[in-house]
Ligand binder design. Sequence first.
Ligand SMILES: COc1cc(O)cc(C/C=C(\C)CC/C=C(\C)CC/C=C(\C)CC/C=C(\C)CC/C=C(\C)CCC=C(C)C)c1O
Ligand SMILES: C[S@@+](CC[C@H](N)C(=O)[O-])C[C@H]1O[C@@H](n2cnc3c(N)ncnc32)[C@H](O)[C@@H]1O
Length: 307
Amino acid sequence: MLLSSRIVRSSLVTAPPRLSRFFTQAHKVCKEEDPIAPPSPTTQQTEPKYTHFGSKTVLKSNKQKLVGDVFSSVANRYDLMNDVMSLGIHRLWKDHFINKLDPGKRPNSTTPLNFIDVAGGSGDIAFGLLDHAESKFGDTESTMDIVDINADMLKEGEKRAMEQKKYFKDPRVNFLVSNGEVLEEIESNSKDIYTVSFGIRNFTDIQKGLNTAYRVLKPGGIFYCLEFSKIENPLMDLAYQQWAKVLPVMGSMIANDYDSYQYLVESIERFPDQETFKSMIEKAGFKSAGYESLTFGVCAIHWGIKV
Ligand SMILES: COc1cc(O)cc(C/C=C(\C)CC/C=C(\C)CC/C=C(\C)CC/C=C(\C)CC/C=C(\C)CCC=C(C)C)c1O
Ligand SMILES: C[S@@+](CC[C@H](N)C(=O)[O-])C[C@H]1O[C@@H](n2cnc3c(N)ncnc32)[C@H](O)[C@@H]1O
């Protein structure tokens, strides 16, 4: 059983769905005006002021702006680039993520669910969750906050809602520009399901983001994350490393943007492996934490329950 009986109580999750064997493996110091410069030996001791931006060391106070520039730059070609760079596989990952969570108000429940999708700019996950809830459980009442720090990415999500004539100006759906590390507009203990997909890797302070996820969830609520991870098989890892070298070149050719995709590759390298990230989820206070590696560990789904 994937998740605890507490969760079954809140009628959110059923047994994990069937999976294709291929698809799852189930199991600088900077002067203030210079945001990207290597730290000198003397100032390295003041490390908490610094963080990573891809392979660079930057002032923590500057990372948000640098990440913001990356996503403003990629926003209008986001879907195309993802399809090309992942050979369409990101859609399978996202579908699996949603099906495995199996979200929606069950017919025997009278209480709609409150979802929050953090770093959800494109709307992929948020709309997918709501579609699933409606088509599988007839749930047309549950609500969704789509939160992103970047207004350009959120606009892409809203544009998509408008184009598909669904979830646009829908009173159930709220688009909110906010930092996932803080979520100051979101009340504590107010959400049933917290999702974050390919977003948390970009946070300046990942542990702070996890602590905030814990804060906003109700007792019994689920933290559920899709993110790049570590490939466990050395041969596959070698193949992936070759693919990763080509990504910035494709970014340059298709979107005239080498740097953003170089950042993508470097941020993937820096993100903790499956077990380390699971420990961070536990450190935030979540119980029954676990994960499932997808496509040899290229990415992984992690979860945890607030009890
Ligand atoms: C700037 O930051 C970003 C920009 C962006 O467009 C997207 C993201 C976040 C990422 C996604 C939403 C998923 C989409 C994926 C990509 C854009 C590219 C990253 C893809 C990989 C790192 C690997 C892709 C996986 C494959 C091609 C299939 C499996 C491949 C291997 C295991 C290696 C090769 C091995 C064999 C072929 C056997 C973003 O942050
Ligand atoms: C690769 S996109 C993922 C979008 C979507 N969730 C998906 O799966 O396609 C990463 C998103 O994380 C957002 N992001 C980065 N740092 C953030 C933060 N601190 N708080 C909220 N969103 C953030 C970016 O603006 C961007 O929209």
